[in-house]
Design a protein around this ligand. Structure first.
Ligand SMILES: Cc1cc2nc3c(=O)[nH]c(=O)nc-3n(C[C@H](O)[C@H](O)[C@H](O)COP(=O)(O)OP(=O)(O)OC[C@H]3O[C@@H](n4cnc5c(N)ncnc54)[C@H](O)[C@@H]3O)c2cc1C
Length: 393
């Protein structure tokens, strides 16, 4: 493995860094004060600037209008995006990778406008009684033989997307006799029978909302099926692996910013007549955080490199879980330590450390909790062998 970035990758990292520092970060404190409400003009500007910098739709191939980045290149960018609070990167136009399975009509209606920043999709899997164990999903899709349409029913929780999200990828069960066929449907938010039932506030102040939706006898044409009947688990898995790697990268970026802030502060703050950095009680937690940050970065970049090198997808799956598990747990530890190093100032919402402390918590929960990552890793140790999970893939 060669750790050196190519000149193009270095330039990409620099573009992502400038976008994060110059376009997004200046808004983060006000965004927090405004309780997560971003003026439309700012959201439009985030989208425009991302397109201008060629930072949109990074993980999608050039053939559909994306940037065609390798997984490592996606990681390089997400390491920078992770350095802003408020999840403001969420405004960058793009699409869930499952939309690559769109047919031409779906592509024109959902994928193309998402890449242009004109539409936003959400991914609705979780339900009230089906969280970590998606096999208990209750949402149904029944074919109406008279019209050929599908009738969707179900309740979805934590359906993430910015305010102007206008369609969802709805994960439901099509039944065929005794067979349960998990299937994805593309559903516009304005389809009759679909309604937002609850829009709770969460621990973080984020660009994305995570409302609950109820679908009652929502009728969609067969053309709303994404990727084929019974394909949902496979397609969703592709998304999980990609997003777990992105989470690992963003957590690494968050740690880098947290450490930079903490070192700057603690080398200038004087108490008891000396820099607080010279107290080991202050500098050692930062040293531990540096080890955490460096390890998280390596794990995530190595996983990306494996994916790019065509390694066995099952091993990449396990490595993505390792990277997400380690990086999310480490980032939360790091935020906690940095809040402590800032003392009372670390408890102020205007301090990025305070915001990271709340925001990084969810990385241990979404896209599979830390416990579920451990389950995946443990199963993989048994099935693929220890050597392939922790050594040469
Ligand atoms: C802010 C936010 C945004 C989200 N966005 C989306 C989204 O866009 N789309 C979507 O579909 N979902 C989304 N989710 C849902 C998220 O993926 C789930 O919350 C997560 O998978 C856990 O499910 P649950 O909350 O039902 O917890 P549960 O599954 O009920 O788990 C509760 C606890 O039990 C533990 N547990 C469960 N099973 C096991 C086991 N076998 N072994 C050990 N421990 C176990 C869990 O780790 C957890 O600690 C989001 C959640 C949040 C908080």
């Amino acid at each position: 493995m060669d750790f050196a970035l190519t000149p193009e990758q270095s330039a990409l990292r620099e573009r992502a860094r400038r976008y994060t520092v110059e376009v997004l970060q200046p808004h983060e404190a006000q965004f927090e004060r405004d309780h997560g409400v971003l003026p439309k003009a700012a959201a439009d500007e985030f989208r425009r600037a991302a397109i201008e910098a060629n930072l949109h739709a990074g993980s999608l191939p050039r053939s559909v209008g994306g940037q065609g980045w390798s997984v490592l290149e996606q990681v390089i960018v997400h390491e920078q995006l992770g350095q802003v609070t408020g999840g403001l990167w969420s405004y960058i136009p793009g699409a869930y990778n499952v939309l690559l399975h769109c047919d031409p009509a779906q592509r024109a209606r959902y994928l193309d406008p998402s890449i242009r920043g004109e539409r936003n999709g959400s991914y609705a899997i979780t339900e009230k009684d089906a969280g970590s164990d998606a096999r208990t999903m209750a949402a149904t899709a029944k074919r109406d033989p008279a019209s050929g349409e599908y009738v969707l029913n179900g309740e979805k929780w934590f359906v993430t997307g910015p305010d102007d999200t206008d369609f969802m990828i709805f994960h439901a069960i099509v039944t065929d006799g005794d067979r349960r066929l998990p299937t994805l449907f593309l559903v516009d938010y304005d389809t009759p029978g679909l309604r937002l039932s609850h829009d709770p506030d969460y621990m973080h102040t984020f660009a994305d909302r995570h409302p609950q939706f109820i679908l009652e006898d929502v009728r969609v044409p067969a053309g709303a099926i994404l990727g084929g009947i019974g394909e949902a688990d496979q397609l969703t898995n592709e998304w999980f692996v990609e997003e777990r790697i992105h989470i690992g990268a963003r957590c690494g970026g968050a740690m880098e910013r947290l450490l930079a802030l903490a070192v700057e502060w603690s080398t200038s703050r004087i108490q008891f007549g000396q820099r607080i950095y010279d107290f080991q009680g202050v500098s050692f937690p930062l040293a531990d955080s540096a080890a955490d940050a460096a390890a998280a970065r390596l794990l995530t970049r190595e996983c990306a490199w494996l994916a790019d090198s065509g390694a066995d997808p099952k091993v990449v799956h396990a490595r993505a879980s390792i990277a997400k598990l380690f990086a999310s747990e480490a980032a939360f530890r790091c935020a906690d330590r940095v809040v402590q190093v800032f003392g009372g100032r670390g408890y102020m919402r205007e301090n990025p450390a305070e915001r990271f402390f709340r925001e990084l918590r969810v990385d241990r929960i979404w896209e599979g909790t830390s416990e579920i990552q451990r389950l995946i890793i443990a199963r993989s140790l048994e099935k693929r062998g220890v050597g392939r999970v922790v050594g040469e893939a």
